[in-house]
Structure formats: C-alpha cells, structure tokens
Ligand binder design. Structure first.
Ligand SMILES: Cc1cc2nc3c(=O)[nH]c(=O)nc-3n(C[C@H](O)[C@H](O)[C@H](O)COP(=O)(O)O)c2cc1C
Length: 203
C-alpha cells in the first residue's frame, strides 16, 4: 500500500528553533502512529527560500528553477503539519512567503494541522492570521483543531513527561489521527473534482 506522506512545514528560520524541535517531535509521533506514514520535513531555515518577486511567474527564471524540486516534493505529500512561531504577534514573513510561493497546486485541497508555538503566552495571533489569509490561493485546507504550544521551551523536554506533556501529546495525536485519516479520504475527492486550471485563485 502507498505510504501517506505528511509534510511538516517548519515556519521558523532561527537556528535551534523551538518550531524545529516541535517538528521533530511531530515526526516522531507520526512514525509511532503507523509505519504506513512517511513524515517529510520542510524546514524554511534549510530551504533558504528567496522572497517572492515577479520572477516566480516566469518559467525560465532562476526562482522557478530553485522552487521546482521543492514544488515536486510538496506535491507528493497528502497532508501537512504547519508549525508557526509567533513573531511580534504575527506569523513569520518567511512562512507567508512560502505559502505565497505555493501557486502550482502543491498544497491544494490537502488537509493541514496548524500548530503555533510561543516561548511566552502567545500563539493565538499566527493561528488567526493563517486561518484568515494563509490559504486562499494555495487552497490549503486547515483542519478545525489547531494546537497552541505556549511556554514551549519547557514542553517535551524532560526525560519523564510532565502531566502537561502527556495532555498535549494526546491532543497532538488526536489532531494527527484526524489529519492522516482526512488525507486518505480526501485524496480521491481531490482527484475527482479538483480543477485549479479553471479556478486558479480563491474568491
Ligand atoms: C522576532 C521575534 C519576535 C517574537 N515575538 C513574539 C511575540 O510577539 N509573541 C510571543 O509569544 N513570542 C514571540 N517571540 C518568541 C517566540 O515565541 C520564540 O522565539 C519561540 O521559540 C518560537 O520561535 P522559534 O520557532 O523561532 O524558536 C518572538 C521571537 C522572535 C525571534
């Protein structure tokens, strides 16, 4: 049977970011859930994506050539986990740039689990922002249950999980199970109905 590929998009470009650490934790949980799931990490720090210019619309540009292998890897995914740190009450511009780059159906009509992280008590703003503006033309399909990991540096960090670690891990597993099952059932629907040539942009 074909493996279900889940792309984990790490929205921070910081070295040793908490988003990256949580991304690794999510990949581990997906591995534990089933060996039929293949997590693939897309770290914006490693990808070093340039900021969007109109060159993205030119097929023969350096930017299009740069983007092509990432586009293909994303197209191979059935669903996504998007990890967004809160930066100055916003989703990082690099993450918005990434979502803007995805204009060839890479994310289209695929489910996504949204996770916000904050070293403080934040995390609500990037959720609100991405739910409002992160999906219109790339057609990413946010699942209703997002997760906010506040005071993230202390989470999943001790050898013996704390009570909070266990509660948050259970919640993550709940969301990831929904993500994987939705990714499976939506794939044939996407194949049957999707027409992003006719409806290239959302309203
Ligand atoms: C430029 C910048 C701005 C930040 N602003 C906020 C903020 O508004 N609210 C908040 O809760 N945390 C803020 N933080 C702290 C992040 O919550 C913290 O860096 C956390 O580890 C998530 O980011 P990371 O994945 O880059 O590590 C900010 C961090 C940076 C680098």
């Amino acid at each position: 049977m074909q493996k279900i590929k889940i792309g984990i998009i790490i929205g921070s470009i910081r070295e040793n970011s908490q988003s990256g650490r949580i991304g690794d934790y999510v990949a581990e949980l997906l591995h534990q859930m089933s060996d039929g799931i293949e997590p693939m990490i897309f770290s914006l720090r490693d990808i070093e994506l340039p900021f969007w210019t109109e060159d993205k619309w030119k097929a023969d540009s350096e930017m299009s050539a740069f983007w092509k292998p990432h586009s293909q890897a994303l197209k191979a995914c059935h669903g996504f986990v998007v990890i967004a740190p809160e930066w100055a009450g916003m989703a990082p511009p690099h993450l918005k740039n990434f979502l803007l780059m995805c204009d060839k159906g890479e994310l289209a009509h695929k489910p996504a689990q949204l996770i916000a992280v904050s070293t403080g008590m934040g995390g609500a703003y990037p959720i609100a922002e991405l739910r409002m503006s992160g999906y219109k033309n790339n057609f990413l399909w946010w699942l209703p249950d997002h997760v906010i990991l506040r005071q993230v540096a202390g989470l999943f960090a001790s050898e013996k999980p704390t009570e909070l670690d266990t509660a948050l891990t259970d919640r993550l597993l709940y969301g990831l199970a929904f993500l994987v099952e939705t990714a499976k059932v939506v794939a044939p629907v996407r194949e049957k109905l999707q027409n992003i040539t006719l409806y290239k942009n959302g309203m």
